[in-house]
Ligand binder design. Sequence first.
Ligand code: TRP
Length: 477
Amino acid sequence: MTTESHADETAPAAGTRATFGSKLGILAATAGSAVGLGNVWRFPSETANGGGAVFVLIYLACVCFFGLPVVLAEFILGRAGKANPAGAYRNLAPGKPFHYFGVFAVAAAVLILGFYMVVAGWTFEYFRLAAAGTLAETTDFAGVFKSLSDDVWRQFLWLAVAVAATASIVGCGVKKGIEFASKLMMPLLFLLLLVMCARAVTLPGSGAGIAYLFSPDFSKLSSSVFISALGQSFFSLSLGMGCLITYASYFGPDVRLGKTAGQLAVTDTLVAVLAGITIFGTAFSVGGNAGDVADALAHGGPGLIFVTLPQLFQTLPLGQLWATAFFLLLILATVTSAISIYEIATAFLHEEFRLSRVAAVVALSALTLVFGFFSAASLGSVPADGESAGSLAGTLTLGGKTFFDWLDTLTAKWMMPLGGLFVSWFVGWHLDRKLVHAQLSNNDAFVIRFFRTYIFLLRFVAPAGIATIFLAQLLAS
Ligand code: TRP
């Protein structure tokens, strides 16, 4: 590793693109992107609803047959194209309209920030509430969360904090910002998760929760379980929005793409499973599996993270400490994901519009504050007097969905599968096979087995799976 970063620091000549300094840094940054809210607030609930071990097996199959081929396709596109998503498509297919796929991915990234950063802001505020002991004093956890989601300006303040934290990391650049921050934050996240998981499994009665989570229940098997496993694997691996294209454009020539993709998938899945054990173990031990707790576990999402879990943690000895540790963990998970989404649009503005990195980050932050403001404002319930800022809520709803939910649905359910389809189509059908082979084998530096299988998965299997999720989402909405 030292030799790489050394070589890298002495090498850059004018016009050379930034690269990550070490393989550990690459793993920290890509896993930092993948490990996020999806692992904590969706995977455990999906597992419980999808028949425990049955869901986990289907999920693993989705990761292997659909997720990994697309991860590799994004890596190939990024490292060969050496640019932001639009530039990468253009560099590999000059004079053809493929770069619109890249522009589409960047647009999706900007939209996803509009709600992801609002949630990131909540995690900062909850960290403060937990650390200051406010959560330890309350009995009305639902009320605490409602008062936040009703209060546009308090949300905006914390959104601004989350934006400032993310922007200052991305603004420092690929190596000194993103890689450096990921290498600090990801080990800490892992450590916190291991400690919390160890605490959860040693609580009396936690075994029942873990058994509930992982014992196979074949009666829950249905096509919708398959579709949610597929959707979850895409979201969790950060696919379809040019995120891994952008990060891979900073990979050096000796990075093994297959190995990196494997490490990424293993880390992401491991974190999801550990989060599931922690959440279900704690819930069954402290709350039993009754009433509200069972409901929250089944639904996942903000209700689980911001209402039920804080309540459960408070009943443990040293509750304030556990709640604080949990929200710190969540901050680390969200910020490392947020920087990866930020980098997509930052690289785009920087390279396509010749803005400096700092100017690109500032422009993107301004846009995120605007989108974030409206998505936060759309959440508040309409107050009886219709006067407070929350009164925007009623006007920011369309078809029964808030602006916040629209951004989520539009990006995660529609744009992401489409983006994944574009990537697998382009790399599978359009890109020269020799180039694909050279990328996977680092110019024949080593032998790759399964090349034909990979091409087959990319050309037929992955697109068929993605098209299935897409159509199912379309029909369901
Ligand atoms: N994977 C992250 C999570 O699990 C979210 C995320 C980060 C993402 N970057 C992305 C999702 C790019 C789609 C595309 O929360």
